[in-house]
Design a protein around this ligand. Structure first.
Ligand SMILES: [Zn+2]
Length: 168
């Protein structure tokens, strides 16, 4: 599972038609539940796809007990236009991306041609074939909650011990 420049060039070529060549698979993660793992060496900047799911506006979200609804698992992404995507409903495999304090992927807001704001996920580092893909959730919690309620198990050097975003 080592990178060679040749395989990297092949990858760049087929990235233009990624539907024919899945870039990742979902399987058990050593860190938490299921995770997303690269099937090939991925160069930095590889678009993994769009985060799918049911779209809510803020008002709709307030009426829902999310913890009850999805067995405590949360797949919510809040966008800067005030909408939220719930990957638990109609979501794709990208909802299984686990958190790490030093992520190799990033969520990028992307304006579609029709004006719709979507979330795209892309690698921010080269990723070895077989490696798990991680995201920094940028998790924000209520004042009544503790960061300790959201422990991080990434085990990477510099692990902050929590999924909650650092406040500056
Ligand atoms: Zn960590």
């Amino acid at each position: 599972m080592s990178f060679t420049p040749e395989s990297g060039d092949r990858l760049r070529n087929f990235m233009t038609e990624p539907t024919c060549h899945p870039l990742f698979e979902v399987r058990a993660s050593p860190i938490h539940g299921r995770g997303v793992h690269a099937l090939h060496w991925l160069p930095r900047g590889t678009c993994l796809g769009t985060y799918e799911g049911r779209r809510y506006d803020d008002a709709a979200l307030l009426d829902i007990d999310w913890g009850q609804r999805h067995d405590g698992m949360t797949y919510l992404f809040a966008l800067s236009d005030g909408t939220t995507i719930d990957g638990a409903e109609g979501g794709n495999d990208l909802r299984f991306l686990n958190y790490a304090c030093r992520p190799n992927c990033e969520a990028v807001e992307w304006r579609e041609e029709d004006g719709c704001l979507v979330l795209r996920l892309a690698t921010v580092d080269t990723v070895a074939a077989g490696a798990e893909l991680f995201l920094d959730y940028g998790l924000v919690i209520d004042e009544s909650e503790s960061a300790l309620d959201y422990p991080c198990r990434c085990g990477l050097p510099g692990c902050r011990g929590t999924l909650v975003a650092a406040t500056t």
